[in-house]
Ligand binder design. Structure first.
Ligand code: GLN
Length: 535
């Protein structure tokens, strides 16, 4: 296409409607038509990035290959489209203000008063257009975080208004709202949608397409009512009913002609509806899987979004192994008590994942879970902090260093088997300073991990950590049966440990969950699920 087209996705009425899934689905459907697309997320909060946010506030922090700590929606974008995101796909109010303030200090606006309009809005527009201008995408899909009406969203709405005005049919706004069902009246209510669109109109934006989230089917009469009240074509009022899986959403959107509606709005010939072959095969496998594999997630954040990429990776891998996955969150803090019912849950799993994390809380339980898995030969996957806990457990129980620890938890331990990385020792700033993003890992020939990677011995995976395996203990571990099978050759840093005498006991310093996608499940998760099935 001659020029990049811009699709904005906004949300109204309430949060958590699934804007990320809708944006990902739009991306998937346009990609299936052969277009080069990218999806970006603009978050209205003032943090520079979500790296310093507690997962209770914002769910998982997703990491791009180029090392940006981002919103978890970028994980959906990658899982749906298989297209990698970069630091330019994630933006916050904090970063935008910082850029403007830095320019002001360096004298770029000399003589002018710096204002939200035009300086902040121009910076927003520049960053929305950046990927289109530099990478030549056909479509840039921009998801705006938060809900219409939030004070924080105002500059973003102004930027969208200006872009729609300047670009005409090359920019469309898709607004996602909620249609509640009132049980006592047995009625679906469109009023909140009407109000939400009014709010958009008050900001000068006429939405082109509405997507209505609903628990119940909306009949044509209701859709026509919304269309009439909101000045939107009937074919552009789409419904998004609750579905058994988020991965059904693109198919459902395609059936209702969402992609065709976008193309018509943008004056692009619609052509034939593309087949979603491999995607549909994935969905079919999911529906047809009769047996279940049970995986316990041992972590400290009792919140489904905190381990989003791990759950999705497990779910992809289970599907390709013809299984449904039953994931149970196990609060590691409860494992401190040997009588806790949480142990009953641990014992009933086919496999355990020891989750990533930071700080002291809940680590004793993670160590006990790693010990249980090692002693009972239960397939066990330790990720980042989870791998570090496997190492500490092994040092305490097998090597006999009863005070073995990570200096993150106990800076004075005599056996610091996990220690702060050298390059981190002078770091004083918290945000964005960990070892982040993709690094190489060379895998030892013949080990289980290498088999899992299909015989590859040189891979790249994403990271987010400050602490590492202490190399002065490497020989002691190897002699006693825990092998350091993955090494980053540049830093001589242990990336993977494995106990080959066990069925599946692998810890990774990296985060494989960030790169599993629907069409390309991650090999380590595939192999872990295989082992859990054959337990
Ligand atoms: N807290 C550990 C570190 O910084 C592990 C981090 C993580 O699990 N992402 O090394």
């Amino acid at each position: 296409m001659a020029s990049t087209k811009y699709i904005f996705v906004t949300g109204g009425v309430v949060s958590s409607l699934g804007k990320g899934i809708i944006s990902s689905s739009i991306g998937k459907l346009l990609q299936a038509r052969g277009y080069k697309i990218t999806i970006q997320k603009f978050d209205p909060y003032i943090n520079i990035d979500p790296g310093t946010l507690n997962p209770y506030e914002h769910g998982e922090c997703y990491v791009t290959a180029d090392g940006m700590e981002t919103d978890l929606d970028l994980g959906h974008y990658e899982r749906f489209t298989g297209i990698r995101t970069t630091r330019h796909n994630s933006m916050t109010t904090g970063r935008i203000y910082k850029a403007v303030i830095d320019k002001e200090r360096s004298g770029e606006y000399l003589g002018h008063t710096i204002q939200v309009v035009p300086h902040i809005t121009d910076e927003i527009k520049r960053r929305i257009k950046y990927l289109g201008d530099t990478e030549g995408y056909d479509f840039v899909i921009t998801e705006i975080g938060g809900t219409i009406g939030d004070i924080e969203s105002a500059p973003f709405l102004e930027a969208i208004r200006q872009m729609k005005w300047e670009m005409g049919r090359d920019a469309v706004c898709i607004h996602l709202t909620y249609v509640p069902y009132i049980k006592a009246a047995d009625e679906l209510k469109t009023k909140p949608t009407q109000h939400s669109v009014k709010e958009l109109l008050a900001n000068g934006i006429q939405p082109d397409i509405l997507i209505l989230r609903t628990e119940k089917h909306l009949d044509d009469h209701l859709r026509a009512k919304v269309a009439g009240f909101c000045n939107v074509d009937l074919e552009c009022v789409i419904q998004s009913e609750d579905l058994p899986s988020i991965y059904e959403v693109p198919v459902n959107m395609q059936k209702q002609g969402l992609d065709a509606a976008i193309m018509r709005k943008m004056d692009i010939p619609v052509g034939e509806t593309p087949q979603l072959g491999a995607w549909n095969r994935f969905l079919e496998m999911r529906r047809n899987a009769a047996e279940t594999v049970s995986i316990g997630l041992v972590g400290k954040y009792d919140l489904q979004d905190a381990y989003k990429s791990i759950s999705e990776s497990l779910s992809h891998a289970a599907t390709y192994n013809n299984r449904k996955v039953h994931i149970t969150f196990i609060n590691s803090e409860q494992l401190d008590d040997p009588e806790s019912p949480a142990w009953e849950t641990v014992r009933s799993q086919d496999g355990l994942v020891i989750c990533p994390g930071f700080g002291q809380r809940g680590i004793a339980g993670k160590i006990l879970a790693a010990k249980y898995a090692r002693e009972n030969d239960v397939p066990c996957f330790g990720i980042c902090l989870g791998m570090q806990m496997m190492v500490i457990e092994f040092a305490r129980d097998v090597l006999g260093y009863s005070d073995a620890d990570s200096t993150e938890m106990n800076p004075r331990t005599a056996h610091n088997v996990i220690d702060l990385m050298e390059e981190q020792k002078n770091v004083t700033q918290m945000g964005g300073t960990m070892r982040l993003g993709e690094y190489r890992c060379v895998i030892r020939k013949g080990c289980r991990a290498m088999q899992a990677y299909g015989g590859k011995d040189d891979i790249r995976e994403r990271h987010r950590h400050r602490y590492e395996f202490n190399n002065s203990y490497r020989d002691a571990f190897e002699l006693s049966g825990m092998q350091c099978v993955g090494i980053n050759p540049d830093a001589d840093l242990v990336e993977m440990v494995e106990i080959p005498s066990l069925r599946w006991y692998i810890g990774t310093q990296f985060h494989p969950e960030y790169s599993s996608t629907v069409l390309h499940p991650h090999p380590l998760f595939m192999d872990f699920i295989k082992a859990a099935i054959s337990k």
